[in-house]
Design a protein around this ligand. Structure first.
Ligand code: ADP
Ligand code: MG
Length: 390
């Protein structure tokens, strides 16, 4: 394809914070962005050049998007694959509906990964109450995860023994699930990979991810893992992108077990929360890269120029510390007083517990400096776990 030049329109399905940061990066390159989002005033719609307020499967809305933009991408992995397929009849779509469909469903994702020889932890597919009742005892203790629509630890039930699997499966409403054996984790890492039409692929340095209540809390980059393991992880991510013939930005989440084993946990067919550090710490952010691949521009360099720790800001920050039942604005002045703390707020009007409202990327001359600032920011905002951050 010939590149879509700056000044042209790009289309986006979905209007959350990932879409907002995509808009900003694309606009910075000179593009105009049209966002199709069913929500009235989401984080992306408020910065987009045009908001098409329609459902993902609304044919008229999709047609308006395609009339405006010759290329479209997605920020929401649960956007119906049918919407991407429909768009692809008249516009360039990256990633493809087929890639998104694989990542949308844990069963097809695991089947795809293991079928292509990538290491995944032991698991079983549960499609019926009977299969749940006869679950392999060697997969306990484990986690039952709904195959579709899970995020931030939702749609997951832990099981201590195989006898609990049937009840866990029933709690998911009998929808297809996977049962995974619980991995004894040394750490969790993720690799963001970008791949273009020519098959060229680049990765960013690994992020070391800490979760709290199933939600990403902190990403430390570069991850403090053995350099050989980091190289292997980046190769796995490129291998996954190649196997998918992927176009765009893909996140591959991985587990590192205490035994030093690297396995793929899951993937997201879009930029990822654990890659937000790339905005402030790398030559090219994951969002700029998403725009570059979509527009058919050459890939930007992914080099990390500054050590970074990203701290997520959940809605809890609006409640805690004041003791009040009603949310109140956190004391941003304290965050902004750190000259290397970069505040990103997503413009969400209502703070709710567990809702991603923003993030702070703490930079430092050394990773130790970045960690020290992240610890201070956590403490000042009342985010739990400041002392454990080391
Ligand atoms: P999602 O990110 O879609 O909510 P994940 O499968 O990534 O779902 O699970 C969320 C988190 O739960 C993981 O990042 C990890 O901390 C923990 N977790 C999930 N599966 C396992 C497992 N098999 N072993 C150990 N921890 C797990
Ligand atoms: Mg995950």
């Amino acid at each position: 394809m010939s590149a879509i030049p700056p000044g042209s329109w790009l289309g986006l399905l979905g209007g959350g914070q990932l879409g907002r940061m995509f808009c900003m990066a694309a606009q910075s390159l000179g593009y105009r962005v049209a966002v199709l989002d069913p929500a009235a005033d989401g984080p992306a719609a408020s910065v987009a050049d045009r908001h098409i307020h329609a459902d993902y499967l609304d044919a008229a809305g999709l047609a308006r998007l395609a009339a405006l933009a010759s290329a479209a991408t997605t920020e929401f992995e649960n956007v119906p694959a049918a919407a991407l397929e429909f768009l692809s009849t008249s516009a360039r779509v990256t990633p493809s509906a087929a890639s998104v469909a694989i990542a949308q469903d844990r069963i097809s994702e695991k089947t795809f990964l293991s079928g292509h020889g990538f290491a995944v932890g032991p698991y079983a597919i549960l499609r019926s109450a009977d299969e749940a009742a006869r679950a392999d005892p060697s997969l306990a203790p484990g986690i039952v995860k709904s195959a579709r629509l899970g995020y931030d630890g939702k749609g997951q039930v832990r099981v201590a023994a195989a006898a609990e699997v049937a009840a866990a499966y029933a709690r998911m409403g009998g929808a297809p699930c996977v049962l995974e054996r619980y991995v004894d984790l040394a750490c969790e890492v993720s690799v963001i990979v970008a791949r273009d039409d020519s098959g060229a692929a680049v990765t960013w340095p690994l992020a070391e991810n800490r979760h709290r209540d199933g939600i990403l809390d902190v990403s430390i980059a570069p991850a403090r893992v053995d350099p050989a393991l980091a190289r292997a992880a980046r190769e796995v991510a490129i291998g996954v992108a190649n196997a998918l013939d992927y176009r765009g930005v893909l996140c591959v989440e991985m587990f590192v077990s205490r035994a030093g084993e690297l396995t793929v946990n899951e993937m997201a067919p879009r930029p990822h929360n654990s890659g937000h550090y790339t905005i402030d710490a790398c030559a090219t952010s994951q969002f700029e890269q998403q725009a570059r691949v979509l527009a058919g521009l050459p890939l930007g360099d992914t080099v990390q120029h500054t050590p970074a720790v990203m701290v997520n800001l959940l809605g809890d920050v609006w409640f805690d510390g004041s003791g009040a039942a009603a949310p109140r604005d956190p004391d941003w002045a304290r965050v902004l007083a750190h000259p290397l703390a970069k505040l990103h707020l997503y413009g969400k009007h209502e703070a709710r517990r567990g809702r991603k409202m923003g993030h702070v990327t703490c930079l430092g001359a050394t990773l130790a400096d970045a960690i020290a600032t992240a610890r201070a920011v956590k403490r000042e905002l009342g985010i739990p776990g400041a002392d454990e951050l080391a």
